[in-house]
Design a protein around this ligand. Structure first.
Ligand code: AMP
Ligand code: ZN
Length: 105
């Protein structure tokens, strides 16, 4: 599949990883828009939050809990932003679900 985040998850493209678990990965955004800008990404290809299914509840929860863990480990958990862009009008460019973790303000 021609999906950059699937390719990163499969190690077919490089990324600056900050976390890898069984189901979720996290790596630094290539074009940061905050002092710390990390993308938390399920390994499973789901194109958009719009198309999440009931069976994806645990996976989405793991994405959010992973972000929280990273913020704590990297010591910016006093305050940060979690953002899902949804659809082109919502600013989504990469069609593989990802959570923006923005911090270090
Ligand atoms: P979105 O607009 O929500 O789809 O966000 C996509 C994000 O992915 C943007 O912030 C990009 O800077 C980032 N991005 C695109 N390609 C890569 C890549 N190869 N490695 C890391 N981040 C990327
Ligand atoms: Zn994908």
């Amino acid at each position: 599949m021609n999906c950059i985040f699937c390719q990163i998850a499969n190690k077919e493209q490089p990324a600056d990883f900050v976390y890898e678990g069984d189901k979720v990965i996290a790596f630094k955004d290539i074009k940061p828009s905050a002092p710390v800008h990390i993308l938390v990404v399920p390994k499973k290809h789901i194109d958009s939050v719009k198309n999440l299914e009931e069976g994806d509840r645990d996976l989405v929860s793991e994405v959010i809990f992973t972000a929280k863990k990273i913020a704590k480990e990297q010591k910016f958990d006093e305050g940060y932003k979690l953002v899902f862009n949804v659809g082109r009008k919502g600013g989504q460019i990469i069609d593989h679900v990802h959570l923006h973790l923005l911090g270090g303000f």
